[in-house]
Design a protein around this ligand. Structure first.
Ligand code: NAP
Length: 441
C-alpha cells in the first residue's frame, strides 16, 4: 500500500547524509508500514560533484542550493554542518515555509532559540534530534515523552571523545596524549580536538538540552567548562584505588529557582550509573518531578546512529501537520554553580618525607586531608634525572578558591593540584571534579 509521499531536499551527503540515504533505502518498507509515509529524496546539495559516493544516485546531486531548497520539496534536511552557509540555507527554507531537520549542534547552540521561534512563526516544524547525543532520542524525550514533568536536573556524558579517552586511559594505563592519538586514529576525535577535550562541545550540548528542559533562552557563557587535558595516568590509577572512575559530566540543575550549569571532569564511584558509560558512548540522566530519575544512553555519534535520529525527526514531522508552538520568550535565570566539594589532590615530591610537611601546611590553612595514598603503580616519573614520588590526598569539603593558596604552594618543591568536587544534590554520592594547575618551586 502506498503511503503519503514526502519530498525531501537534502543539504550535505557525506557522513550523516550518506548514512541517512542508506537507512532510508534499507528500511523504506518498514518506515512506510509503521508511519504511512513514503520518503523520497528530490535533490541533494554537495560541494564536489566528482567525489565518489557509493550507493548515491549521481543524478540527484547539485552544487546549487536553490535547486534543493526551492524546488517544491516538503522538507529540507540540513547535514552540511558549521554556521555558514548552513544558517542561511535554513533561513531560506523556513522563509519558504519548508519543514527543516538538522543535526547541526554548532548552529543550534548559537541560534537554536531563534531558529525554533522562526519555524513556529512560519507554522512549520523544526527537528534537531541528531544535534545532541547522536542516536539517543533525548530531544524527543524532553519535548514530548517528559512534557508533563517539571525537570529538576539533567546531567550526562555528552562528549564521546572525552569518554573514549578516559576509558582508554583507565583500561590500558596510557596517558592522555596516547589515548587522544588512538581516538583520532579510530575516528572518535577530530584532528583539532580542542572543542571536545576542553569541554566546549559538552557545554554547547548542555545548552541545547537545557533550553528545552528548562524552557527558555540561555547563554553558553553562563556555563563554566573544564577540560580533561590535565588528567594523568596517575590520576586514573588513584581513581581506581579509591573505587572511582574519571568522567567528564555536564550538569544543569535547579537550585533555589535558578539554573546552575557546569561541565566538569569528575570522580564518580564505580557503581554510579554514569560510571558504567564507556568508550564513545553518551548518556543523559534526567530527573523529573513525576517520573523521578531516567537514564538515556547509547551511541552519541557516527553515521548510522545520527542518521537514525535524523530519520526519526523526518518521520515524526511527516506524520503530523502544523508547527510546534514557539519556544517561551524568556531568559532562564542562572546562578554560579556551587563548586564546594571534596578535592582530590595529586602531589609530586622529590622525597617521600616531604609529604608530611605538605599535609601540615594544608591543615594549617584549614584544609583537612585524609592520609596520603602513595602511587602504587611503580610509575613515578623521573625529571632531570631525579625520581619523584606521587601521592594522592583527599580533602574535606572546600571551595575551589581554598585550594589555591599560593602562599604555601610556593613552599612545595613541585606539585600538581587536582580538585574533586562533590555535588550530592544531583549525583548522590561523590561527584568529584578533577582540575588543577602545576607549580614548581
Ligand atoms: N558525524 C557525526 O557523527 C555527527 C553526529 C551528530 C551530528 N553531526 C552533525 O551533522 C552535520 C553533518 O556532519 P557530517 O559529519 O555528516 O559532515 P561531513 O561528513 O563533513 O559532510 C558534510 C556534507 O556537506 C557538504 N557541504 C559542506 N559544505 C558545503 C557547502 N558550502 N556547500 C554545499 N555542500 C557543502 C559536503 O559536500 P562534499 O561531500 O561535496 O564535500 C558533505 O557532503 C554537522 O552539523 C555535524 O555536527 C555529525
Amino acid at each position: 500500500m502506498a503511503g503519503k509521499q514526502l519530498n525531501i531536499g537534502l543539504l550535505g551527503c557525506e557522513t550523516v547524509g550518506r548514512g541517512l540515504m542508506e537507512l532510508m533505502d534499507k528500511n523504506r518498507t518498514l518506515i512506510r508500514d509503521r508511519s504511512g509515509v513514503d520518503l523520497h529524496i528530490s535533490q541533494v546539495l554537495v560541494r564536489d560533484l566528482k567525489k565518489e559516493r557509493p550507493g548515491v544516485d549521481n543524478a540527484l546531486l547539485t552544487t546549487r542550493p536553490e535547486k534543493v531548497i526551492e524546488n517544491g520539496c516538503d522538507m529540507v534536511v540540513e547535514l552540511v554542518g558549521g554556521l555558514e552557509p548552513a544558517r542561511s540555507f535554513i533561513h531560506r527554507a523556513l522563509a519558504g515555509r519548508k519543514h527543516v531537520v538538522t543535526a547541526n549542534k554548532a548552529l543550534l547552540a548559537a541560534d537554536g532559540f531563534s531558529l525554533r521561534r522562526k519555524a513556529a512563526l512560519q507554522n512549520v516544524r523544526f527537528g534537531f534530534e541528531a544535534s545532541v547525543c547522536g542516536g539517543i532520542p533525548i530531544v524527543r524525550a524532553l519535548r514530548s515523552g517528559l512534557v508533563g514533568n517539571e525537570i529538576h536536573s539533567l546531567s550526562g556524558i555528552l562528549n564521546g571523545t572525552c569518554n573514549y579517552i578516559l576509558t582508554r586511559m583507565a583500561d590500558d594505563g596510557v596517558d592522555f596524549t596516547d589515548a587522544l592519538r588512538e581516538a583520532q586514529v579510530r575516528g572518535f576525535a577530530e584532528a583539532d580536538p580542542t572543542l571536545d577535550v576542553d569541554g566546549h562541545d559538552a557545554a554547547q550540548k548542555l545548552k541545547i538540552l537545557s533550553e528545552l528542559a528548562f524552557n527558555g533562552r540561555l547563554e553558553t557563557k553562563d556555563i563554566p567548562v573544564e577540560g580533561i587535558r590535565a588528567i594523568t595516568a596517575e590520576d586514573v590509577g588513584f581513581a581506581r584505588e579509591i573505587g572511582s572512575v574519571i568522567r567528564q559530566v555536564a550538569t544543569a540543575e535547579v537550585l533555589d529557582g535558578a539554573l546552575s550549569l557546569r561541565v566538569e571532569t569528575v570522580l564518580l564511584p564505580r557503581d554510579h550509573q554514569l560510571a558504567a558509560v564507556r568508550d564513545e558512548n553518551n548518556a543523559v540522566l534526567v530527573r523529573g518531578d513525576a517520573v523521578g530519575e531516567m537514564l538515556f544512553s547509547g551511541k552519541g555519534a557516527g553515521s548510522l546512529p545520527s542518521a537514525s535520529a535524523v530519520l526519526s525527526d523526518i518521520v515524526e514531522i511527516a506524520k503530523h501537520d502544523g508547527g510546534f508552538s514557539p519556544p517561551a520568550e524568556r531568559t532562564i535565570q542562572t546562578i554560579k554553580p556551587d563548586l564546594r566539594s571534596k578535592y582530590y589532590v595529586r602531589v609530586q615530591v622529590e622525597q617521600p618525607s616531604a609529604i608530611g610537611p605538605i599535609t601540615t601546611i594544608l591543615e594549617r590553612n584549614g584544609i583537612a586531608v585524609r592520609p596520603a595514598i602513595p602511587a602504587s603503580r611503580g610509575r613515578s616519573p623521573r625529571t632531570q634525572g631525579r625520581s619523584r614520588s606521587i601521592y594522592c590526598l583527599v580533602s574535606g569539603d572546600l571551595r575551589p578558591d581554598q585550594i589555591i593558596p599560593g602562599e604555601f604552594l610556593l613552599k612545595m618543591p613541585s606539585c600538581f593540584w587536582a580538585s574533586c568536587g562533590m555535588s550530592d544534590t544531583l549525583m548522590r554520592r561523590p561527584m568529584n571534579v578533577v582540575h588543577g594547575f602545576s607549580a614548581t618551586g
